[in-house]
Design a protein. Structure first.
Length: 520
């Protein structure tokens, strides 16, 4: 009884520690996050904004990336956009813990303290990149998988029909989360059948057919989707280097600015595995689900049919499945349990403190960008340049985390930016379609010089580690303002068409002098 009383207290403390960083700043600068907020702003404000209406129109389709949109649109009816975003981020941070708790309840019949270890993967590399649709959706997928495990004794075909509907909802939330569920179910069913020697063969075959049937509605919808080349980029597939694969494997515990905590977590995890090697146990069927998901994670290319960082998705699922499946044999002393709990709280506290420090530093830069874009009139077309210098003295985080800060211009000034995530919900109007690249990002200084002439039809795509459209050719005739994020690095030899409006420590805003309209 005493332990039962302390368990909720431990979860409450860990939850508060985990949520502290994202509620300590008004706009957490997490990769794609501000871009997602800008998209939600366009969706919710388009009807009342003539400025936005000149750039965008709504175009809802059955795209498999609607999870965040659906939740955020409901939240925005209750609270302002930035607060709604923080609440959704809280869901994403807590989803790993909820998923592991559901898995443990289905597999072991109890929850215990093990799901609390999932707080160590709440702040992961996917979150730093702002992959919020996926993080929210994969949590739902793992809860659905837990329900699949817990209903193995149900009637086969009614169960398959029910889970087909649930999986379809996960599919519309995020396609990768749908795939994660299917892989986990396949491994689990193979493990169950292997436990009986695949006999009798007829019920085993029917179980497999029923499990496969749950994916049929999702596959039918996937076959009808018109995969937008504007968003996904050219259909390139590249496996990635050994360094990329190592980063993908460690992505569940990696977070920029928390390297020391990550190393400490890995060292303690390895030491714990060595000490308790004979005490771990995992049910064979659950172990098969972990093994198959791990094999799939190793096989996924870094760029899959134009989708960048595809191999950073499944490693988190492997971690959740492992935490949800593994348990300790009886006999662990109370002192050992207390030491493990204290170590876990210390690690979560240290990681939250490191994340908090990173987000605080980035918030200062978000504020600076916000002050610059406030100098623009509403309804302008903004081109963003990043100096692409990792050694820039004021760069607080990798460019992948800061390149979407200028999306504040969409939220605060109803501006057009070429790399807003439209993702099948929003259509860019008319001639601006050729000057947009939803799968892209800021251009470089050399791109700015190269784009002084030509048109976007000259070279519709470029191929880098992140495929995107060449949208900046002829930019003086297309864009009204240029924001150069230099983070303290020099920006020599800028085109004469740029007229300085304002600058600060990390960026400068320029007005574009149109040909024949100098001094406008």
């Amino acid at each position: 009884m005493r332990r039962l009383g302390l368990l909720p207290i431990a979860y409450i403390v860990l939850t508060l520690l985990a949520l502290w960083p994202i509620f300590s700043v008004p706009i957490p600068c997490l990769g794609d996050y501000i871009n997602h907020l800008a998209r939600i702003h366009v969706i919710t404000a388009l009807g009342q904004s003539p400025a936005l209406q000149q750039f965008y129109q709504l175009h809802w389709t059955a795209t498999p990336y609607l999870g965040m949109d659906a939740v955020m649109m409901l939240l925005c009816k209750i609270v302002p956009l930035y607060q709604a975003g923080q609440i959704f981020l809280a869901f994403c941070v807590l989803m790993p813990v909820a998923a592991v708790a559901a898995l443990r309840l289905a597999i072991t019949g109890r929850i215990g303290l093990m799901p609390a270890a999932a707080f160590l993967v709440s702040y992961n590399y996917q979150l730093s990149l702002g992959f919020l649709d996926y993080l929210f959706s994969v949590g739902l997928a793992m809860v659905l998988f837990a329900a699949w495990i817990g209903t193995t004794r149900w009637l086969r075909w009614p169960r398959a029909a029910m889970f087909a509907a649930g999986l379809l909802a996960v599919y519309f939330s995020h396609a990768f989360a749908c795939a994660a569920f299917c892989i986990a179910v396949a491994g689990f069913e193979i493990g169950r059948a292997a436990g009986t020697g695949f006999r009798p063969w007829k019920p085993v075959a029917l179980d497999w057919i029923a499990a496969a049937a749950t994916s049929v509605p999702s596959l039918c919808f996937a076959a009808t989707v018109n995969r937008s080349q504007d968003f996904a980029g050219p259909p390139i597939t590249a496996y990635g280097s050994a360094a990329v694969k190592l980063g993908a494997a460690l992505s569940p515990v990696l977070f920029p600015g928390a390297t020391s905590v990550t190393l400490a977590t890995l060292c303690i995890a390895c030491l714990t595995l060595a000490v308790l090697a004979r005490r771990w146990r995992i049910p064979p069927a659950a172990g098969a689900a972990v093994a198959l998901t791990a094999l799939a994670a190793a096989a996924v290319p870094h760029i899959l049919i134009g989708v960048w960082a595809s191999d950073f998705r499944l490693p988190l699922v492997v971690a959740l499945l492992l935490l949800g499946s593994v348990s300790l044999k009886p006999g662990l002393t109370q002192a050992a349990r207390f030491a493990a709990t204290a170590c876990l709280v210390a690690l979560v506290c240290a990681k939250s403190a490191a994340v908090h420090a990173t987000l605080q530093e980035l918030q200062a830069q978000v504020d600076e960008i916000g002050q610059l874009v406030a100098r623009m009139p509403p309804g302008q077309r903004l081109l963003v340049v990043d100096v692409d210098d990792p050694a820039a003295p004021d760069r607080a985080a990798p460019a992948i985390m800061t390149q979407h800060m200028p999306m504040l211009a969409v939220i605060e000034r109803d501006a057009f930016l070429p790399y807003l995530f439209v993702e099948g919900n929003i259509v860019v109007r008319g001639p601006l379609q050729a000057a947009s690249s939803p799968n892209g990002g800021p251009i470089t200084l050399s791109d700015l010089q190269d784009g002084l002439t030509g048109t976007n039809e000259d070279a519709m795509r470029r191929v880098t580690d992140k495929p995107m459209r060449v949208y900046w050719h002829g930019w003086p005739a297309i864009f009204d303002y240029v924001l150069i994020q230099n983070f303290g690095a020099p920006t020599p030899n800028l085109p004469a068409a740029l007229h300085l409006v304002a600058r600060d420590d990390i960026a400068a805003l320029y007005r574009v002098e149109k040909p024949g309209l100098s001094g406008r």
